[in-house]
Design a protein around this ligand. Structure first.
Ligand SMILES: O=C(O)CCC(=O)C(=O)O
Length: 215
């Protein structure tokens, strides 16, 4: 697929290595907020925000939506699905702009061309957080994870392969992209509670778009 979205972009202002195969590309999509947000809103119109319940019975503070392969959490555990179990319909396709972003970010982080099949969109209202966890419900771990931050800033925690390993705290801003894979693919990570604020484009929220090869 060829789209020229990233061809005119300036080089990323700076990269921060978090570990082998894990990098923050600060400002990578800073100039593309409106187009990315339009893509997000197109998905939300079809898959409205929802607060999932964890297998342990807790309602997640983060609101979620998705496209490509969807994501479910309930008392039976976490899993991906190709279709909405209520309607039997496939979840909406991943917008081209997000596919292009994932591929470009993967290559620039040193990974192979990347075609994700699942895109999870998280909305953090002030106070929302995501506890330290591993992304391990995907079928194979060869592909990296590409994670985009829009709107309010947040502190990303990035630890090691064991839950108890020390976790680095990395401030993320609008337009930052984190890519992790290879030896870091299963590193624990999370988001600390998002502080109150207002972003001129996104409003009083942080939006995260995470692209994965799930099935
Ligand atoms: O919001 C973020 O930056 C991280 C999201 C995340 O860890 C996840 O969706 O698994």
């Amino acid at each position: 697929m060829t789209i020229d979205l990233f061809e005119d972009s300036p080089p990323p202002p700076w990269r921060e290595q978090l570990g082998p195969g894990a990098v923050v590309m600060h400002g990578f999509v800073r100039d593309h907020g409106p187009e990315l947000l339009a893509a997000v809103n197109g998905v939300i119109a079809q898959v409205p925000w929802r607060h999932l319940t964890t297998p342990g019975g807790f309602v997640m503070s983060v609101a979620m939506s998705w496209c490509g392969n969807g994501w479910t959490s309930d008392h039976r555990g976490y899993r991906y699905s190709e279709r909405d179990s209520r309607s039997g319909q496939r979840w909406p396709p991943i917008p081209d702009i997000l596919l292009a972003l994932a591929d470009e970010a993967s290559r620039q982080a040193g990974f192979a061309p990347f075609i994700p099949d699942s895109c999870l969109i998280n909305r953090y209202d002030p106070g929302s957080k995501l506890s330290l966890h591993q992304d391990k419900d995907e079928r194979d771990f060869d592909a990296p994870i590409v994670s985009v931050s829009l709107g309010l800033p947040a502190v990303f925690q990035f630890g090691g392969l064991r839950r108890g390993d020390p976790a680095r705290r990395v401030p993320l801003a609008h337009g930052d992209v984190v890519v992790w894979g290879g030896p870091s693919r299963l590193c624990f990570h999370g988001i600390m509670p998002v502080k109150e604020g207002y972003h001129s484009l996104v409003g009083p929220h942080r939006i995260n778009i995470t692209l994965r090869k799930a099935l």
